[in-house]
Design a protein around this ligand. Sequence first.
Ligand code: CMP
Length: 138
Amino acid sequence: LTDAAILRRVLVLQKMDLFAHLAPADFIWLAQHVEEVSYEQGEVICRTGEFGDTMYGIIEGVVRVHRGSDELAVLGEGDFFGEMSIIDSGPRSADCTVVSAAVLLRLHKEQVLTFCFQNIEVLRSMMRVLADRLKGVA
Ligand code: CMP
């Protein structure tokens, strides 16, 4: 990775509420360790019932969260998804489909958990979003 690529990722990560309280060194570590993945319009990132041990942050594009034709949420830049399977080690709770070409950061379960344990604010943000989603207000 070039310095420019790392900087670009840091700028994206800093836009994510989830990481609002990280120290500069954490952003650089994350930028060096996350994977960047691209999806075309219509591609399915995860399906209800599948095993999942990754979480995604949206750099660019729009992702629809649904169960079949039942829409749960529409997510965009700065949002994340896939946290539920990481939290309960259960199957994916919904389908996530790309609405417009998306660039995503993919984090593995161990990376997410390490961050949550080291940064209580990351855990708090994740729990807040989880609660909103479960209450149906997100
Ligand atoms: P996970 O269950 O791992 O995979 C599907 C993801 O869709 C889930 O994590 C959440 O990130 C997201 N999701 C599930 N239900 C909702 C909801 N009601 N509102 C917003 N996002 C949701």
